[in-house]
Ligand binder design. Structure first.
Ligand code: PEP
Length: 250
């Protein structure tokens, strides 16, 4: 079995009364998944999650981060604040942040560079819209997003990033790419990254995200070049998340 990373993205879901029993179960589930599962939670629960998961094998993190260390940035959260809670994962450039909260490729680059500087493991999200796919622009869109996001970064940085290919048309829709579509784009992504960072293919950790669930996880995660998944909706239901983890992680 290849090593797979299965990371949950809570988005703006869960409150404390839901989180309590969830974490109790998750701690047990994570025992089976030696350091290869994690959750990205809302900032307000970071302290709670860091305490609850202490001593467990699960890693945790957040869904965004600002690129300044401190200052007059009302409403933002800085990398040094995240360090106070032993944060490991930071999602950068999720399509919802790009579409709704103004995260441009340039901002994504600043956040990614900063996340690496502070020692986090960034999960860099990228992917095309349905219109872009239908217009035959998948490679061009991905190349542009990756080139801009990775500007100024090195080969060594590449090995510290989780690259998360998330076709926007698959996020929260229940629709997933076919094995052929995904295999093709995975090869392209890997080739684009190796060229930009002058790195080798085996240094790249590539996750797939978009409607991953128990019924399709095995097939998607088996695709050559896919090293795991970023899981939104299905990570909120512990039974689903558990089943994806148990069936795919050694
Ligand atoms: C996501 O938004 O990162 C995601 C993968 O969502 P979902 O699994 O709900 O499609």
């Amino acid at each position: 079995m290849k090593k797979l990373y299965l990371i949950g993205n809570f988005k703006m879901n869960m409150n404390l009364s839901e989180l309590r029993p969830y974490l109790k179960s998750y701690k047990k589930v994570a025992k089976r998944a030696a350091n290869s599962t994690g959750i990205c939670v809302p900032y307000v629960y970071l302290d709670y999650v860091s305490r609850a998961l202490k001593g467990s094998r699960a890693i945790y993190g957040v869904q965004d981060m600002y690129y300044q260390d401190h200052g007059a940035y009302t409403g933002e959260i800085s990398p040094s604040m995240l360090q106070d809670y032993d944060t490991k994962l930071v999602i950068i450039g999720h399509s919802e942040r790009r579409a709704m909260f103004g995260d441009t490729d340039e901002i994504v680059n600043k956040k990614l560079t900063t996340a690496l500087k502070y020692g986090f493991t960034p999960i860099l999200c990228f992917g095309e819209t349905l219109e872009e796919r239908e217009a035959g622009k998948v490679t061009a869109v991905i190349k542009k997003q990756l080139t801009k996001a990775l500007a100024g970064l090195t080969k060594a940085d590449g090995g510290k990033i989780f690259f998360a290919y998330e076709p926007i048309w698959a996020i929260g829709t229940g629709v997933v790419p076919t094995t052929e579509q995904l295999s093709k784009v995975v090869k392209q992504i890997r080739s684009i990254i190796t060229k930009i960072l002058d790195t080798t293919d085996d240094e790249i950790k590539l996750l797939y995200g978009g409607s991953l669930k128990p019924s399709n996880a095995k097939q998607i995660l088996a695709i050559n070049g896919v090293n795991g998944g970023l899981i939104g909706g299905a990570c909120l239901k512990m039974e689903d998340f558990k089943s994806i983890i148990y069936e795919n992680v050694e």
